[in-house]
Design a protein around this ligand. Structure first.
Ligand SMILES: Nc1ncnc2c1ncn2[C@@H]1O[C@H](COP(=O)(O)OP(=O)(O)O)[C@@H](O)[C@H]1O
Ligand SMILES: O=C(OP(=O)(O)O)[C@H](O)COP(=O)(O)O
Length: 396
């Protein structure tokens, strides 16, 4: 590894600023999938056991300023339960609330600081905000591979001003992804869905040069359907990205990458469990309808694309899987990929906070060859892009 790890750190008596990804799926204040928490436990335990004061830095959601609905406070009890030791919480990640709690910490204690994104300086990687964060620590450890594609103060800036190390989860992700996908066997199929359309659509342009087929589902598919001149009603759709979608489809033709879009969809009147829903062809989506899942014909197509694949990479659910029956496309595709993997006909790598939750929901996370905590970061890594959070950790 070309960066320092915990093997090189001496945490005893030190204040360790440990950047983790606690952007966990949550419904009504309840964590629905704890994978991201479970993955950081070895690092937290190792530092605490080594006598370091563990000060956790993390973001949650995409708040614009301080917003109670994006507080990390509900995560502290679950982290404490899984860790098996108390986890204190500070109402702010900088300033007096953080400093006071940190001053009271004994060696081996764990403290979670409030959402770094409550400060505009986080996403701007503002040097003054980096300085305010750094004032609370002696050593910086980054264990948030899934946020490493962000050049933010807590993912990149801090590594520039404090002695910086990779945590065990960061190390494990990079090692596992390299091992699994170093020399992928073709045909390679990528499945991309989910809701983060604007932050992920650009990377598809590079992805279509690397894979043999790109299955597009979830909210992402709607922008592509719209770009093809189809009406998508009230569906999640980023109309101003239609040109980008068309450019990606043209590039895919040039690189011989098959683009697989839904041919039918499960359409509801609203985003709710008790919504009225019907199946429609994608050329007949009603004006007041909302596409919440791929339809049965599309699922059959996706299954046969997976049948033809030797390697599968997947980020983003194919539908709003949190609400039944809109989990069907994701669950059926996941189970099919799991079955092919178990039969040793497929190498399958999936990642992303909600994607992992969806695989757990389908009961097949353990059957995939590798499950990453990262979605966007995983896809950018796959593109061959340098990830700012990883680059900043490299040894000089
Ligand atoms: N057709 C759709 N309309 C609205 N939301 C969708 C649709 N399909 C999937 N989603 C939502 O996408 C979210 C996950 O997207 P994203 O954050 O990009 O995935 P990940 O966390 O795995 O990277 C889920 O909450 C899911 O409900
Ligand atoms: O959930 C995350 O990424 P993912 O949805 O790509 O898996 C990370 O916490 C990064 O969050 P961001 O995409 O708001 O920067």
């Amino acid at each position: 590894m070309s960066f320092r790890t915990l093997d090189d750190a001496a945490p005893a008596g030190q204040r360790i600023l440990l950047r983790v990804d606690l952007n966990v799926p949550m419904e009504h204040g309840r964590i629905t999938d704890a994978t991201r928490i479970e993955r950081i436990l070895p690092t937290v335990r190792e530092i605490a056991k080594g006598g370091g004061k563990v000060i956790l830095l993390a973001h949650f959601g995409r708040p614009k300023g301080r917003d109670a609905k994006d507080s990390l406070k509900p995560v502290a009890p679950e982290l404490s339960r899984l860790l098996g030791q108390p986890v204190a919480f500070a109402d702010d990640c900088i300033g007096e609330p953080a400093a006071r709690q940190i001053a009271a910490m004994a060696d081996g204690d764990v403290l979670l600081l409030e959402n770094t994104r409550f400060h505009a300086g986080e996403e701007k990687n503002d040097p003054d905000f980096v300085k305010a964060l750094a004032a609370n620590g002696d050593i910086y450890v980054n264990d948030a591979f899934s946020a490493a594609h962000r050049a933010h103060a807590s993912t990149e800036g801090l590594a520039r001003v404090l002695p910086a190390y990779a945590g065990r989860a960061m190390q494990a992700e990079l090692e596992a992804l390299s091992k699994a996908l170093e020399q992928p066997v073709r045909p390679i199929v990528a499945v991309v869905g989910g809701a983060k359309v604007s932050s992920k659509i650009d990377l598809l342009e590079n992805l279509v040069a690397k894979v043999d087929a790109l299955v597009i589902g979830g909210g992402m598919a709607n922008t592509f359907l719209y770009a093809q001149g189809l009406a998508v009603g009230k569906s999640l759709c980023e109309k101003d990205l239609a040109d980008t979608a068309r450019r990606i489809m043209t590039k895919a033709q040039e690189t011989n990458c098959a683009i697989v879009l839904p041919v039918d969809a499960e359409v509801a009147d609203r985003f709710a469990a008790d919504a009225t829903h019907h199946a429609y062809g994608v050329d007949g989506i009603p004006a007041d309808g909302m596409i919440l899942d791929v339809g049965a014909l599309s699922i059959d197509r996706i299954r046969s694309v997976i049948d033809d694949a030797a390697t599968l990479v997947w980020n983003g659910p194919l539908g709003a899987f949190e609400i039944k029956p809109f989990d069907r496309g994701t669950v059926e595709a996941a189970r099919h990929a799991a079955e092919r993997t178990r039969a040793k006909k497929l190498l399958s790598v999936a990642g992303g906070g909600d994607t992992v939750a969806a695989l757990n929901h389908a009961g097949v996370a353990d059957d995939f060859s590798y499950v990453s905590t990262a979605g966007g970061a995983f896809l950018e890594w796959l593109e061959g892009k340098a990830l700012p959070g990883v680059e900043a950790l490299r040894k000089a």
